[in-house]
Design a binder for this molecule. Structure first.
Ligand SMILES: C[S@@+](CC[C@H](N)C(=O)[O-])C[C@H]1O[C@@H](n2cnc3c(N)ncnc32)[C@H](O)[C@@H]1O
Length: 434
């Protein structure tokens, strides 16, 4: 008896339509015709002789009786070896054994089983059944050797993942100004407008025109946790709002900026979608200019009076949760945090902090100096010296290692790690008059 495994199938490279009949398989099995009571006895006493394949039903109705499928290894004539006892049981109880044809088709097999059957064997462990989901889109990053089978791979991913409606493959490395990448639809609808959930918020955007990376959700949450209600945060490269909107939901005041007009457009929509308009202000400027101008923008905004916040009324009958009390949030005249997530170049923007609060020293009477959370890539392990040097080159201030937290975010490539450096902006930098 063949094991439960798809045999290799040969499909010519660049085939566009998957012939699903290639994955149909017929198994000639034996079934025991028993009473419902005997099903329990078989399950209890003779498990190893019964069919035990994943996702395959073993017991079927047959008139007033039941058919129980036996293992393909079961030997009907074995009265001395491992099947001696079950064969005796069948004989003593006058149980009939009947042939049973089990048919498994394309719907039965998992994506990785189907891909293993038609993709070349080399580097089998890397067969591409994994993808990153962004809303209804499965985003793949296929290696060159799988490209001749890209449409079939896309079809399998689409068929085997009910929430996926579009499968795309990245066609070039990210090197655009706005961190977007070109992509090709492998299967499904040609629709890039997605709705993605993260950190208790909803985000809508065109995945082909803006930056989004679902793998950053932990990093988003990590920083959001550091922001306190009533604090002011300057999100210099905000994208479609994955820091800004959740922070706004916890009543953090966020100036959120992105230079990509498509990101800005989605950011504006997402602020409204998540009802954080009172707390999150979107901008579309170059990050360096924004760092400089946002100090005055916030100062003016702080003079408009406190933000009056009334939590949405709880639906009738809902118990628990916070007591709904309204609260006034005084807008701070200075930022407590700057977030700069553009890891390829954000360190180079640090020079913009020189003198950004020059002449405004008094504003810090009641506020601490701002913290910067700047993301960057590094190819050194440990990263300390390299990152301290690069911060110095741009900011013009040499920190001690103990003054900068270097949080490892993720490995992007074998010699490319993403970090978030957090430090307090020195008074000598932000009040500099040079
Ligand atoms: C890596 S993405 C991060 C987006 C978002 N903060 C996140 O965590 O998903 C970097 C963002 O910086 C924006 N960007 C690129 N150059 C910029 C610049 N000079 N000024 C402001 N934003 C810029 C891009 O459009 C992109 O949305």
């Amino acid at each position: 008896m063949e094991p439960l495994k798809l045999a290799k199938v040969v499909i010519p490279p660049y085939t566009k339509v998957l012939d699903k009949s290639l994955f149909e398989k017929l198994f000639r099995l034996v079934a025991a015709k028993v009473t419902p009571h005997q099903v329990g006895l078989l399950n209890k006493n003779y498990q190893s002789a019964l069919l035990n394949w994943p996702r395959v039903k073993r017991v079927f109705d047959a008139d007033n009786e039941k058919l129980v499928l036996l293992s393909p290894e079961f030997d009907i004539d074995d009265f001395t070896g491992q099947y001696k006892q079950i064969n005796s049981f069948f004989k003593e109880n006058d149980i009939h054994l009947v042939p049973y044809l089990l048919y498994l088709d394309y719907n039965y097999w998992r994506a990785d089983e189907i891909l293993d059957a038609f993709l070349p064997d080399a580097q089998k462990e890397d067969h591409p059944s994994g993808f990153t989901a962004v809303g209804h889109i499965a985003h793949m990053n296929l290696r060159d050797e799988w490209l001749p089978f890209k449409y079939l791979i896309g079809q399998v991913i689409l068929d085997k993942n009910p929430s996926i409606k579009t499968v795309v493959n990245k066609t070039a490395t990210i090197d655009t100004k706005f961190r977007t990448f070109s992509m090709e639809v492998l299967a499904g609808e040609d629709n890039f407008i997605v709705t993605q959930h993260e950190s208790g918020c909803r985000f809508r955007f065109d995945f082909s025109k803006v930056y989004w990376n679902s793998r950053l959700s932990t990093e988003h949450d990590r920083l959001i946790q550091q922001f306190q209600p009533g604090e002011a945060v300057c999100d210099v490269m905000a994208g479609v709002g994955p820091f800004a909107c959740p922070a706004g939901k916890k009543q953090v005041i966020v100036f959120a900026n992105d230079l990509n007009p498509h990101s800005y457009e989605s950011l504006v929509q997402n602020v409204t979608l998540n009802k954080v308009d009172a707390f999150v202000k979107p901008f579309m400027k170059d990050g360096r200019e924004f760092i400089k101008q946002s100090t005055d923008e916030l100062l003016s905004f702080s003079k408009t009076g406190p933000i009056h916040f009334s939590p949405a009324k709880k639906p009738k009958g809902k118990k628990g949760g916070d007591v709904s009390t309204s609260r006034d949030f005084v807008i701070p005249p200075v930022f407590q945090h700057y977030v700069m997530n553009l890891p390829g170049s954000a360190l180079e923007f640090l020079d913009a902090f020189r003198g950004c609060y020059a002449g405004k020293e008094d504003l810090f009477k009641d506020y601490p100096l701002p913290k910067v959370h700047v993301h960057c890539f590094c190819r050194y392990d440990p990263p300390t010296e390299d990152l301290l040097n690069r911060i110095y080159e741009s900011l013009g201030h040499r920190f001690e290692a103990s003054e900068v937290t270097m949080h490892f975010v993720r490995k992007v490539a074998p010699k490319k790690d993403m970090y978030c450096c957090t430090f307090t902006l020195p008074a000598s930098v932000i009040f500099a008059k040079d």
